[in-house]
Design a protein around this ligand. Structure first.
Ligand SMILES: Cc1cc2nc3c(=O)[nH]c(=O)nc-3n(C[C@H](O)[C@H](O)[C@H](O)COP(=O)(O)O)c2cc1C
Length: 161
């Protein structure tokens, strides 16, 4: 199976998780990048409204993969705006999708899972599983912590990978 890990990260936490997932699943890893950096307030405001962000062009095709891991931080209880753009631009037909979310809160972000799943499924994909990692805005996640967080989740989904 070919695995791809796609993520956006503003302050590094989702990136650290994405790197550990890509090692665990032996997958390619691709970062979604905004054309222009965004302030905290701008990010929160635009995410709250469900807006998209202008992202750099992507140099990969999800068609070449079986499983797509999509990672986003939570902004204002919603998915981040670069991931909104990615979700609206990509065709997920026949892809298995795994969603990973980082956030400061300890409560499962079901509304974020649901809104991402709706968008993936409207583009023909199937969300197999979703997972979140609680982070600390003052102290970035380390790779050791990230590896510990994701290992059970990846092992639970091993049959797909
Ligand atoms: C603009 C903004 C809004 C945020 N809103 C929330 C929120 O509503 N709920 C929450 O639990 N965390 C919130 N956070 C915290 C981030 O989700 C958390 O720090 C995440 O791990 C950041 O990921 P990153 O380091 O990959 O950018 C917010 C962070 C930012 C920058």
């Amino acid at each position: 199976m070919k695995n791809l890990v796609v993520y956006y990260s503003r302050s590094g936490n989702t990136e650290t998780i994405a790197q550990e997932i890509s090692k665990e699943v032996n997958g390619d890893i691709k970062k979604i990048e905004l054309i222009k950096d965004i302030s905290f307030a701008g990010a929160a405001f635009k995410a709250l409204l469900g807006l998209k962000g202008k992202i750099k062009s992507i140099d990969f095709n999800v068609k070449n993969y079986d499983n797509i891991f999509i990672g986003s931080p939570v902004w204002a209880s919603k998915s981040s705006i670069p991931i909104n753009t990615f979700l609206s631009n990509v065709d997920f037909t026949d892809k298995n999708v795994f969603v990973f979310i980082t956030q400061a809160d300890d409560k499962t972000p079901y509304p974020v899972y649901e809104s991402v799943a709706e968008r993936v499924e409207s583009k023909g994909g199937k969300v197999i599983d979703s997972y979140f990692i609680q982070t600390d805005m003052k102290s970035p996640l380390t790779s050791t912590q990230a590896a510990r967080h994701i290992s059970d989740w990846i092992n639970k989904n091993r049959t797909y990978l």
